[in-house]
Ligand binder design. Sequence first.
Ligand code: DX5
Ligand code: ZN
Length: 234
Amino acid sequence: MNEQADKCAVKLAPSILAADFARLGEMVIQAERAGANRIHVDVMDGHFVPNISLGAPIVKSLRQVTRLPLEIHLMICDPDFFLDEFVEAGSDSFIVHWEGNNNLHRTIQRVKNLGKGIGLAINPATPASVLEEVLRELDFVLVMTVNPGFGHQHFIHSMLPKIQRVRQMIRQIRPNCELELDGGIDAATAQLGVAAGADVLVAGTSIFCDQDGVDIAMARLRTATEDALKLEKG
Ligand code: DX5
Ligand code: ZN
């Protein structure tokens, strides 16, 4: 058993990228009622990733409809430039990428000085070892289980050994740091991810595009994570 298995539950962070934007508030309220732990907001600028998505005004609107923490996944070239705007809109934590940031330590300190949670994302091609020097500063690590930029992609199974390595590093260096996965999470991959050491799961498609609705979709994911933790405990 590991310290992750000691925790009562895996956290779920629905990603609004897969929601119907015409009914966004309603869908977020549904996710909150169904037991979501935080709301994941994907911000893309068309440069860092080949897609554009949404900005601070959406966060400001969401802040009016939910009390859940809003975590902002910044897939943009100059995260520092936009931090104040997102804080003003009501963001609670930021996920910045290791890739392409020449001043990562400064970005991390800026987020901390703003009094917000800080997570670091690593892309599929980036090794776990890059975390070594920054892990002590982080509230969570986000392992991308798809290449960033789009929803509705397939989970990359070869990420599982990396997830295990990150769990190991967290255990040794910063046990309070959360390990979050993002991309292609459904009931089957949730189970694999939790077994590998994840304690937070981002899910868009499997929550907001499920024909049975948000409630049933969330329950399905929750059951999958509980099954994985039970197996872990033996
Ligand atoms: C991808 C985003 C993800 C995405 C996950 O770049 O970071 O958060 O919304 O969506 P699904 O669950 O559809 O893979
Ligand atoms: Zn994301």
